[in-house]
Design a protein around this ligand. Structure first.
Ligand SMILES: Nc1ncnc2c1ncn2[C@@H]1O[C@H](COP(=O)(O)OP(=O)(O)OP(=O)(O)O)[C@@H](O)[C@H]1O
Length: 496
C-alpha cells in the first residue's frame, strides 16, 4: 500500500511536534524515520496510526484520504502499529489472545476455534516464528509478545505497518526472525515505517530514510548509505556521535559489597554470594531481560528484602534489612528503565518533581526557589521542556534527562536500568558524559543494558546473567562482542 503524508502539522501547546511534514511510503518498501530525541517521530507515527489527531495536512492510502485520530479506523483501512510495549492480555493463552485481536464474536469454540488456530499456524509458519499457541501470554519474552502482536496485526489484514524501536529488549534470534518477516512483508507489497535510533537496524533493513529535526523534515536519502552520513544528517556533524571511552577512574576502595544474598521474584531466583563495585567503577550487567540483573539492582537499591544472613554494605553503612530511606541517606539512587511510570510521575510537572526532591520545608514550598531550581535543571540538563511541562509530555530522551537532573549531587552508588534506551546517539553520549563525571567524584555505577556496545564501551567490568545465575565479573577490555554474546546465550563458564 502506498502511503502519502501531506503537509502534516501538529502542535502540543507551544511545541510544534510536526511542522509541515510530507513524506511518501512506497508499497513494498521499508522506510526509516530518524531524528534526535523530541524530533517528532512518535508524533508522526501516531498520526499515521490514528493515535494522534493532526492539526493540519492529509494522509492518503493508495490515493484515498484517511480520516485522522481514530486507531480503529486506521486499522480497518490497513494501517497498524507494533508498539514498543505490546498491547496484549497476560492472562490469556497465545491463541486466545490472537483470537481476541480478530474481529468477530469473542467466543472461542468449535469451528471458530479451528479457523483461528489454522490462521495462527499459517501465519506463524509463513514468518518462521516459534511461539507456542497454548503458552500463557504473561510468560512470553518481549520478543515472543512482539511476534504475537505482529501475527495479530497481519491477521487483521494490515498492509502498512509502523514499528517503533522494535528490537529493544529482544534476542538476536528474535531480531533476525523479525527482520526476515519484515523483508517478506515488503516483498508482498506492504509498506513499512521503521522508527529507530539504532543505525545498524536501519542500515540492515531500510530502502529509504527520512530525517526529522525539531518537527521538520530536514533530509531524505536512499540506502545504501554510511552510518556517518546518517548521523551527519541527523545532527549536522558526525564526530559528535562517536562514543568516548571512559577515563579509568576506578579506585581501590569498595563502594558496595553484597554477600550471601538470595532473592526471588516469581519463578526467578538469584543467589549472589559476593558482589562488589569499587568507588569510581562502572559495572555492566548483561543478559536477556528477566535473567536476574534487575533483581540485583533492586536488591542493592533497597527495593527488595534480603533474606537470611545476607550482608549489604554501601560505604560504611550496613543496610541489609533497613528501609528504603536509609538507602537514600547512605547515598544510593536507583534509576528504573520505565521512566514514564516508575522513575517520574506522569501528571507532575518538572517543577513539581524538583519540589518533591527538595528537603522538606514544613508545610510550605518555596515557590520561587523551586521555579529557579527547575529552570536551572532544564538549562543544565538541556531538557526540551519548561518548568510547567508534565513528565508525560516529555519525549523519551527528555524524560531521561529529567531523571538525571533529579539525582542528588553526591552519590556513593548509582544503580541504573537501561540508562540510554530509546535515546538518540548524541543524547546517549551526553548521558554517559554525565555518568562518567560522577564516577570521577567516586560514585560507583552499576547498570543493566541489553546494548552490547554500551556494555563493552562503558563498563570497567561486566557480569552476565542467565536464568538467575551470575557469571564471575570479567574485565570489559578482555571481552569481545562474540564472547559476550555466547555468555548471554547461557555459557557463563566463558567468564573464567
Ligand atoms: N502528548 C504530548 N503533550 C505535549 N507535548 C508532547 C506530547 N507528545 C509529544 N510532545 C512533544 O512533542 C515533541 C516531539 O515529541 P515526539 O515524542 O514525537 O519525539 P520523538 O522524535 O519520538 O522523540 P524520542 O526519540 O525521544 O522518542 C517533543 O518536544 C515532545 O515533548
Amino acid at each position: 500500500m502506498r502511503v502519502e503524508l501531506r503537509q502534516i502539522s501538529k502542535s502540543f501547546g507551544a511545541v510544534r511536534a510536526n511542522d509541515d511534514v510530507s513524506l511518501t511510503l512506497q508499497a513494498g518498501s521499508i522506510h526509516g524515520l530518524l531524528g534526535e530525541n523530541g524530533a517528532g517521530k512518535s508524533t508522526l507515527a501516531g498520526i499515521l496510526s490514528g493515535l494522534v489527531r493532526r492539526d493540519a495536512g492529509a494522509v492518503l492510502l493508495d490515493g484515498k484520504p484517511m480520516e485522522g485520530g481514530d486507531p480503529a479506523r486506521a486499522l480497518a483501512a490497513g494501517v497498524g502499529m507494533l508498539h514498543q510495549e505490546p498491547h496484549d492480555f497476560p492472562e490469556l493463552t497465545v491463541l486466545e489472545s490472537f483470537a481476541a485481536a480478530r474481529p468477530g464474536p469473542f467466543w472461542f469454540l468449535g469451528k471458530r476455534r479451528r479457523e483461528v488456530r489454522d490462521r495462527f499456524f499459517e501465519l506463524r509458519q509463513r514468518f518462521g516464528f516459534t511461539i507456542h499457541p497454548e503458552e500463557r501470554v504473561g510468560r512470553l519474552s518481549m520478543g515472543e509478545r512482539q511476534q504475537l502482536e505482529l501475527l495479530g496485526l497481519l491477521s487483521l489484514g494490515v498492509r502498512t505497518l509502523i514499528l517503533d524501536e522494535p528490537t529493544t529488549g529482544i534476542s538476536d534470534e528474535q531480531r533476525d526472525a523479525l527482520f526476515g518477516a519484515l523483508k517478506q512483508l515488503a516483498k508482498d507489497g506492504c509498506s513499512i515505517l521503521l522508527v529507530s535510533h539504532k543505525l545498524p537496524d536501519v542500515l540492515a533493513l531500510c530502502d529509504r530514510v527520512s530525517i526529522l529535526r525539531q518537527g521538520k523534515l530536514v533530509g531524505e536519502a536512499e540506502l545504501p548509505i554510511t552510518a556517518d552520513r546518517l548521523v551527519e544528517m541527523m545532527f549536522g556533524s558526525s564526530a559528535a556521535a562517536r562514543p568516548e571511552k571512559p577515563a579509568g577512574v576506578a579506585r581501590e576502595k569498595v563502594a558496595v559489597r553484597l554477600e550471601r544474598a538470595l532473592v526471588a521474584r516469581g519463578r526467578l531466583q538469584l543467589a549472589m554470594n559476593d558482589f562488589t563495585a569499587h568507588e569510581g567503577e562502572i559495572v555492566g550487567l548483561a543478559g536477556l531481560e528477566g535473567s536476574g540483573q534487575a533483581l540485583l539492582l533492586q536488591l542493592c537499591a533497597g527495593l527488595l528484602p534480603v533474606k537470611g544472613d545476607a550482608r549489604l554494605v554501601v560505604g560504611d553503612a550496613s543496610l541489609a534489612g533497613l528501609p528504603y530511606r536509609d538507602f537514600l541517606r547512605a547515598g544510593v539512587s536507583y534509576v528504573p528503565a520505565d521512566r514514564a511510570r516508575e522513575g517520574l510521575i506522569g501528571g507532575f510537572t518538572i517543577e513539581e518533581h524538583v519540589a518533591l526532591r527538595a528537603p522538606a520545608q514544613g508545610l510550605f514550598l518555596r515557590a520561587k526557589e523551586t521555579l529557579e531550581a527547575a529552570e536551572r535543571a532544564i538549562e543544565t540538563f538541556r531538557i526540551r521542556g519548561r518548568p510547567g511541562t508534565r513528565a508525560e509530555q516529555l519525549s523519551g530522551g527528555n524524560q531521561q534527562r529529567t531523571q538525571l537532573a533529579l539525582l542528588p549531587a553526591q552519590l556513593k552508588l548509582l544503580l541504573m536500568e537501561h540508562p540510554t534506551r530509546g535515546l538518540d546517539i548524541e543524547s546517549t553520549q551526553w548521558v554517559w558524559q554525565q555518568l562518567i563525571a560522577r564516577c570521577k567524584t567516586g560514585t560507583a555505577i552499576v547498570f543493566a543494558s541489553s546494548d552490547l556496545d554500551e556494555l563493552l564501551t562503558y563498563s570497567d567490568r561486566v557480569i552476565v546473567f542467565s536464568g538467575g545465575h551470575a557469571s564471575r565479573p570479567v574485565r570489559a577490555a578482555e571481552l569481545s562482542m562474540d564472547r559476550l554474546g555466547r555468555m548471554i546465550g547461557g555459557h557463563l563458564e566463558e567468564a573464567s
